[in-house]
Design a protein around this ligand. Sequence first.
Ligand code: COA
Ligand code: MG
Length: 303
Amino acid sequence: MTPSASSRPVRSRRSVLYLPAGNARALAKLPQLDCDCVILDLEDSAAPETKDEARESLRAFFREGHAAKLPRRMETIIRINALSSPWGAEDLLAARACRPDAILLPKVDAPDDIVDVEDALAQTDAPPQLRLWAMIETPLGIMNAGRIAQCARTDGARLDCFVVGANDLVKETGVANVPGRPWLSSWLMQIVLAARAYGLDVLDGVYNDFKDIAGLEAEARDGKAMGFDGKTLIHPGQIEAANLAFGVDPARLEEARAIVAEFALPENARAGVINLDGRMVERLHAEIAEKLIARAEAQATKG
Ligand code: COA
Ligand code: MG
């Protein structure tokens, strides 16, 4: 038995904004933003010579209480450098001390990359609710995605979400990243499949051209159709489009409520399949409907 998605809390992760941890102006702007989650970044957006500065700025943001003043439901995630890099160990200590909702690990190639961090956290007083997110952005990461996702099966495992790293994937493979993503899609679908096999959330990669909102909307619509839960973003101007594309559609919510209500009728208590306005509806559709309703409720708690 794999853990079913319903065994994890349903969260709204439509819009997930990267924010370079050393960027004071961007940090100051954050409380006014409508994103579901923020990823405070110590990795790709910080040049090697500014890594220590970015880490200090991150510590100050939490120590001075700014993180606590964010809109109530905004999840805070800290992206650290790989443990194998010169900055990884200190980043991990700093991130744990900040008590974010999750720590995001870059360039996860294999299950050991998760296990090593789980072990390092076990040596500290990290709270059990601290989650781990994993960037899947290398050829090995994609080839091993199923085995990496399997880390979520262990009792007390922290792994909670996969994040596609589109820019690294393009860099590592030489694939063309063109509108519609014809050459990337099969790899993206493998990542979605691996995440779903073990009940993880999964977030699509970024759209670099932040002035091209029509292009972002098209890519976000594709991402939603591929099964992603939300999109990672690089600029505040992208938040609204992601919230719309990944938000629960009111017509689908109404339909979901009708399906659940129909199965709840006493005469349908033993029915496996029913006729709803000329359409076959099975119990599995009721499960999908319940999940959609839970997602809409999670979304409604976001500011
Ligand atoms: N989070 C929060 N605020 C941001 C932001 C972000 N990711 N990106 C820009 N802003 C803020 C700016 O600080 C600016 O605020 P101000 O009006 O108070 O000065 C405002 O939004 C408008 O920004 P703009 O002038 O359009 O862009 P910019 O030149 O300041 O920044 C980027 C452009 C691409 C450098 C910046 O958006 C960025 O660093 N994005 C994240 C990159 C990243 O993390 N990459 C790694 C993961 S792929
Ligand atoms: Mg990367």
